[in-house]
Design a protein around this ligand. Sequence first.
Ligand SMILES: NC(=O)C1=CN([C@@H]2O[C@H](COP(=O)(O)OP(=O)(O)OC[C@H]3O[C@@H](n4cnc5c(N)ncnc54)[C@H](OP(=O)(O)O)[C@@H]3O)[C@@H](O)[C@H]2O)C=CC1
Ligand SMILES: O=C1CO[C@H](CO)[C@@H](O)[C@@H]1O
Length: 445
Amino acid sequence: MTSSKETTRRDFLKTTVAAAAASTFAAPAFVRGQNLNSQLQFAGIGTDGKGYSDIKLIASHDKVKCVAFCDVDLARTEKVKPLAPEAPIYQDYKAMLDELGDKIDAVSVSTPDHTHAIISMDAMQRGKHVYCQKPLTRTVWEARQMRLQAKKSGVITRMGNQIHSHSAYRTGVKAIQDGVIGKVSAVHSWVGTTGHGRSGLLEPPKTNEAVPKTLDWNLWVSVAPMRPYGGNRVYHPFTWRDWQDFGSGAIGDFGCHLLDPVYTALKITGDPISVHSEHTGMNDEVWPAQETIKYIIPGTQYTAGRSLPINWYDGGRRPANGIAKLLPGQSLPGGGSIFVGEKGNLILPHVGMPFVNIEGMTIEPVEGLDHYHGWVDGCLSGKQPSDGFEYGGHLTEAVQLGNVAAYFPGETLEFDGKALKITNNSAANKYLTRDYRTGFEIASI
Ligand SMILES: NC(=O)C1=CN([C@@H]2O[C@H](COP(=O)(O)OP(=O)(O)OC[C@H]3O[C@@H](n4cnc5c(N)ncnc54)[C@H](OP(=O)(O)O)[C@@H]3O)[C@@H](O)[C@H]2O)C=CC1
Ligand SMILES: O=C1CO[C@H](CO)[C@@H](O)[C@@H]1O
């Protein structure tokens, strides 16, 4: 049961958020002031791995009160307990949201990729603000639903890509937008991570181990077809990234990191026009070890042409020698992006300060921001951070479109973003979404 006092507080928060959202720039001072004096009642979903650091850093905001935690594996809730020893612990996020109702204002979703959408959509439908890990979803269709639902619910959202707020990426974004290298004609982004290899398997194991007593395997599998647990680190924890049913391979794991400053700097809001993948081979279970993906994206005010090629390389592949045109003493980082510009190239290492191949030119650093507190402040003031689910959904649609292309290596897939359809290969459309397990469906918006 919710007390009338709590209901009033919750309604107040909702009303003022809606009021502030209607007038983004000029939320009246009294609205901001009153909200900033209230607490954000926060519940963390996924409490180990990245979930632990997400919860800890969100909870370090002095207006945040942790009211509950949820993890399908009760053995992995130990770390968060000291953050709020009185907070109840749940295994099922639905039970938590049902039982605590208006006692929760906001949630973090730091679970494996395949469960981001089902949990976040449910939370948003109940009016909760959501901080959801990258990639925002496992499929293109889910990313679209997240964008639509966030808008419909009017809640404050942020994708858990904390590097978006890092000084290095903010510095790169400003330099591009200041025109340091002129308009951009191509981007090359690469990461060393491979699409599979974490579990050491290419197919489900022939033998099975008993599910640990602390783990609810049915809830872990969630939207995906049921399969045996397998054993520690077959799928859970962490190694799910290898498997098509659960994770998103190298582009899914790192695309929302490395392509984030590309999307932000160039203000890309259009849907990809086409996508082309070429890789070392894949089966029906795991993602390719090494891959090259070429996107054609609509041009913007910061691009040299009406469209922009973005080239992605992973698993040890890198841009061809000579693209970067480095100065003596410069070298390419292990992962990052090359922005090819009219006046020179800007190299933005993955979480490292950018540099250019223009003799004598240095780049003024921009300060970093607190990504986590930025979201909390947004929830309290009603001001949506720039990288909410509209932005994160767009970026994730592109990232997951790369994974659709992996099923058709060597083919250029043409994409109609408005219709959410591949127009030149009807067989590809089924990979834009997935079949949901009974009881774990996501309704379309
Ligand atoms: N932004 C960044 O820099 C990083 C982001 N990530 C992202 O964070 C997410 C989690 O990754 P990672 O921490 O490595 O994964 P793990 O598998 O290590 O952990 C995820 C946590 O969520 C729990 N969990 C799984 N399913 C559910 C569910 N349905 N409800 C509640 N809890 C659940 C897990 O429990 P269990 O032990 O049972 O699996 C575990 O505690 C991913 O989306 C990943 O991409 C990860 C690392 C860094
Ligand atoms: O930044 C990160 C560090 O590595 C992890 C494992 O590959 C990623 O999931 C994560 O996004």
